[in-house]
Design a protein around this ligand. Structure first.
Ligand code: DUC
Ligand code: ZN
Ligand code: ZN
Length: 489
């Protein structure tokens, strides 16, 4: 191959994919990986990766960017700051949520998020819809239109009065998703259990931020995961359980996945790094650590790590939900309000990969290959980004070049987001991404932003890859066992 065949050559580094670790050079042409070989000459641009790890860029599968909550609080990050922060954190693409509020058409939702994302994102993006109003038009026309556009996944809620669909609504959306090969994602917490806890705590005047963690019991997640999986089994539809925070919840995922159910799940760094003690701070400070489901305890952290090691989770996502510690965010409803009036969520899109690398790979809990699977490759497969998530000829040149030895104390400056705090502040983290490419273009170079606003492209995604998940056939939906009733979706 002639020297001028490549636009860029990354040389001298150690490539890590979800399966292999080896020394090789990467030749990039027209945004794609054109060659991987022991040694490659040429390249208009040559990037020296000696001593570095060269990994697929992270795919952030769970982030809230330029999103109004159902109570009308806007996230601090828009598609510019959110994507910049993601890129500094080693990501080359992300899939934030595009949220439907009740009464809104999904066509309008997609148009609104296109306006927010296209002129601003510095990395490639797609959306998961949030469906809060499954009207007949949504189910029969708007969801199928979104799927056809390559928005092949959406989230629903089992909690929050303004969002939760009820079991019947869940069955309806699962049925539509199954029919079109799309993926339903679920926030699983029992709404009535949480509301009952809220009442009990309020009656005793226990309304400081730390009681948020008490108000959402582990049992509320366990019950709702069990119910969500059961509903999905009835219609044999694929289901993705987001932000699993409990040992019991993870155990259900493991058991049902092993039984062949079309089930996927993620956990998040905050459930491994933080505990409810972090909410126990003077005044309102604990609000910075409020997310739903809440962070738990050290025992749960150990259990979740074991599940990561055993392969229970498809991915570790940030659930970046940035609300500043001021009147635009956490204190939107006042400086001294009860916890139910404080926005749920915390930032973390820049810390997901460095934190997981440091605590996972450097500390010997997971291999670098598992790290790549959990942060990029699996998300690419499940969310249908078929040209991303690996390093091989033909794939998009979405690559993060890491210094595995660099040690830094985490600070807000490292986040490059629009936040005024990071819950990871002060932690010592070893292993940082230094340079990130997306479709062959350098986005971050040696920890300097070089990309232009709006260069990221929308990625039309394929439908979920269900290889190895035979599913579940309820006897009552099987014509061979239900007197021939043809009622299965
Ligand atoms: N769910 C999320 O996924 N993020 C923030 C809050 C919530 O309820
Ligand atoms: Zn959620
Ligand atoms: Zn979220």
């Amino acid at each position: 191959m002639s020297d001028f065949a490549f636009d860029t050559v990354i040389h001298g580094g150690t490539i890590v994919t979800a399966t292999d670790t080896y020394k090789a050079d990467i030749g990039i042409r027209d945004g794609r990986i054109a060659a991987v070989a022991e040694s490659l000459a040429g390249g208009t641009k040559r990037i020296d990766a000696t001593g570095r790890l060269v990994m697929p860029g992270g795919i952030e599968g769970h982030a809230h960017i330029a999103q109004e909550s159902s109570t009308k609080i806007m996230t601090a990050d828009d598609y510019y700051t959110g994507s910049v922060s993601a890129a500094f954190g080693g990501n080359s693409s992300f899939i934030p949520f595009a949220a439907q509020h009740r009464g809104q058409s999904l066509d309008d939702v997609v148009a609104i998020y296109d306006e927010r994302a296209a002129p601003n994102s510095v990395i490639d993006y797609s959306y998961h819809l949030i469906v809060s109003d499954p009207s007949p038009e949504v189910l029969e026309e708007q969801l199928p239109r979104a799927f056809a556009r390559g928005i092949t996944s959406f989230k629903v809620f089992m909690t929050y009065d303004l969002l939760n669909l009820g079991d019947g609504g869940m069955l309806d959306v699962l049925t539509v998703a199954k029919t079109h090969g799309a993926l339903t994602m679920v926030h699983a917490e029992n709404n009535d259990m949480v509301k009952w806890m809220n009442k009990r705590l309020a009656a005793k005047g226990l309304t400081a931020p730390k009681y948020h963690a008490i108000s959402r019991p582990e049992l509320a997640e366990e019950e709702a995961i069990n119910r969500a999986v059961t509903l999905a089994k009835l219609v044999d539809a694929p289901l993705f359980v987001v932000h699993v925070s409990t040992e019991a919840g993870a155990a259900i995922i493991r058991r049902e996945t092993q039984a062949g159910v079309k089930l996927f799940a993620e956990t998040c760094p905050q459930y491994l790094a933080l505990t409810r003690e972090d909410l126990d701070r003077p005044g309102m400070e604990g609000a910075k650590f409020m997310c739903s489901p809440p962070v738990r305890d050290a025992r749960t952290q150990e259990a979740l790590w074991r599940h990561i090691q055993a392969g229970t989770f498809m991915s570790v996502s940030s659930d970046h939900a940035p609300y500043r510690y001021d009147e635009s965010g956490k204190l939107f409803n006042g400086a001294d309000v009860p916890y139910p009036k404080i926005a749920n969520g915390m930032p973390g899109i820049a810390m997901r990969l460095p934190w997981l690398f440091s605590e996972g790979v450097v500390k010997g809990r997971i291999s670098a290959n598992q790290f790549v699977a959990l942060t990029s490759t699996n998300a690419a497969k499940v969310f249908g980004m078929t040209r991303k998530g690996s390093i091989a000829p033909g794939f998009d040149a979405d690559i993060a070049i890491w210094d595995p030895n660099e040690t830094r104390v985490v600070s807000l400056d490292d986040q490059h987001d629009n936040m005024d705090y990071t819950p990871f502040e002060g932690l010592t983290v070893t292993g940082w991404p230094r340079t990130v490419l997306n479709r062959g273009e350098v986005v971050v170079e040696e920890r300097e932003l070089v990309a232009t606003r709006g260069r990221g492209r929308f990625v039309a995604r394929a439908t979920v890859d269900l290889t190895g998940r035979p599913g579940y056939r309820a006897p009552e939906l099987d014509p061979a066992r239900n007197f021939g009733a043809d009622i299965a979706p």
